[in-house]
Write a protein that binds this ligand. Structure first.
Ligand SMILES: Nc1ncnc2c1ncn2[C@@H]1O[C@H](COP(=O)(O)OP(=O)(O)OP(=O)(O)O)[C@@H](O)[C@H]1O
Length: 230
């Protein structure tokens, strides 16, 4: 089953007097409960595509459906709600709030996504999620007291604590050493197995690409290859 299906996606950016096509007639399926990797040279359109799949940006042409919900038929407020509840985001530059410790960073995001949960439910969920990423021992550490890999694990906990259906991760291992990068990938696989989450990530690292269930390759705004690992 595909949780996201995008059809005929074109994204044009006006540049000076002209037009630049960052994506050209892209069709892509994101299978549920799998790790999908987008690869391709810098400027090939990976981030633009992720932004469109996650409803952060709208295509010039084409449409996206997310678990049966069609973006072009939704109001902005509905899309915002979908992003908040059903999607989690992880970025290369970890954006933890520096004056909050690990626990507080996850807490802050949880309250925004799930305001109806009780304090006890929120607390349980935060502890459970920090344990899942192996940071329960360091939950009172401030970001400045963690390594880059530890910060990224907290950022992943923050992205998944509200149990989104899909996590989008743009170069999540880009700023990490090889070992921390592999640990993040292992964590993604655990999340898929234990939580049934769907993950879509971009990477430049050839060593990580073989860890994807599906790997799409972009070149100049087009998908030129798709590999499926059985
Ligand atoms: N707002 C914008 N206005 C004009 N051009 C843009 C805009 N955003 C992206 N582009 C162009 O679209 C192309 C695709 O950009 P995108 O960020 O999607 O690439 P990418 O594959 O994610 O690259 P990287 O690996 O370097 O992050 C690039 O050539 C970029 O310059």
């Amino acid at each position: 089953m595909n949780i996201i299906e995008a059809r005929n996606i074109t994204r044009m950016f006006p540049v000076g007097d002209g037009e630049f096509y960052a994506l050209k007639h892209v069709d892509i399926d994101i299978p549920a409960g799998k790790l999908t990797i987008l690869k391709g040279r810098s400027g090939s359109g990976k981030t633009t595509l992720m932004n469109i799949l996650s409803a952060l940006d709208a295509p010039t042409e084409g449409d996206v459906s997310f678990d049966g919900q069609v973006y072009s038929e939704m109001e902005d407020a509905q899309k915002e709600q979908l992003r908040r509840k059903e999607i989690g985001f992880v970025f290369q530059a970890v954006a933890l709030i520096p004056i909050m410790n690990a626990y507080e960073n996850v807490d802050f995001a949880m309250r925004l996504a799930e305001p109806e949960l009780t304090a006890k439910e929120v607390d349980e969920r935060i502890r459970e999620t920090l344990a899942l990423v192996g940071m329960e021992e360091r939950m009172r550490h401030m970001p400045g007291q963690m390594s880059g890999g530890e910060q990224q694990r907290v950022a992943i906990a923050r992205a998944v604590a509200h149990r989104p259906k899909v996590v989008f991760a743009d170069e999540p291992t880009g700023a990490l050493d090889t070992e921390s990068g592999l640990r993040v990938m292992q964590l993604f696989r655990n999340l898929i197995e234990k939580e049934g989450v769907t993950i879509v990530m971009t990477t430049h690292d050839p060593n990580l690409m073989e860890l994807g269930d599906v790997v799409y390759e972009l070149e100049d705004g087009e998908i030129i290859d798709r590999q499926i690992r059985e």
